[in-house]
Ligand binder design. Structure first.
Ligand code: AP5
Length: 195
């Protein structure tokens, strides 16, 4: 299956992507994780992306598309994938359609996690507290200023994707305010699957 997880920052895309990859046996393709790895490695892409990510702004389509194109061609993605955090702009969605079309492939579904925006700040601070408790570094963009920018960016640039995919008959909405386990059940059910 080739799936997209849509939703605002902190909606639970990464959490549900892990569940889906375990259930479906296909990889999670998280552009946020790919970019953070590039930043950690101080690669040319990482050096270009770092400041934008720290401010909570989107990295250029050019950078993100090159990462995704290379990742989709790897052998473990041949049976399918769960895209987490990509696409984030209509331009990226159009480019993904072209990319898949050239490979003779198509998306199966786009799952949108519906979350009360007031809950997102609490989830972000919860993630920071959990990372600190484990003695791990926290994300550079998990702070109030960057998080506000991430939410504004989502509203302005990513929300239009809901209608883009609804018009193509691919959009399925899932209540992201339920517990993690209940959301996972709803996600599977929207795909006609059981956990
Ligand atoms: P990215 O890493 O994609 O971040 P994001 O979209 O802001 O999403 P998060 O990872 O913060 O949240 P999530 O929805 O995955 O939630 P999670 O499961 O972690 O992107 C980071 C940056 O990279 C961007 O700002 C941008 O700069 C750049 N970037 C990435 N992709 C790009 C692209 N395509 N184009 C351009 N730039 C790009 O959950 C959050 C917390 O909530 C966790 O603590 C979790 O345990 C908890 N939680 C999850 N589900 C539930 C639940 N149901 N109930 C209670 N708690 C829950």
């Amino acid at each position: 299956m080739r799936l997209i997880l849509l939703g605002p920052p902190g909606a639970g895309k990464g959490t549900q992507a892990v569940r889906l990859t375990e259930r479906l046996g296909v990889p999670q393709l998280s552009t946020g994780d790919m970019l953070r790895a590039a930043v950690a490695a101080s690669s040319p892409v990482g050096l270009q992306a770092q400041a934008m990510m720290e401010r909570g702004e989107l990295v250029s389509d050019e950078i993100v598309l090159s990462l995704v194109a290379a990742r989709i061609e790897q052998s473990d993605a041949q049976r399918g994938f769960v895209l987490d955090g990509f696409p984030r702009t209509v331009g990226q969605a159009v480019a993904l359609d072209t990319m898949l079309g050239e490979m003779g492939l198509a998306l199966d579904a786009v799952l949108e996690l519906q979350v009360d925006l007031n809950a997102l700040v609490a989830r972000m601070t919860g993630r920071v507290a959990e990372a600190r408790a484990r003695g791990e570094a926290t994300r550079a963009d998990d702070n109030p200023d960057a998080f506000r920018t991430r939410l504004e960016t989502y509203r302005e640039q990513t929300v239009p994707l809901s209608s883009y995919y609804a018009e193509r008959g691919l959009l399925r909405s899932v209540d992201g305010m339920l517990s993690v386990d209940r959301v996972a059940i709803e996600v599977m059910s929207s795909l006609g699957l059981k956990l």
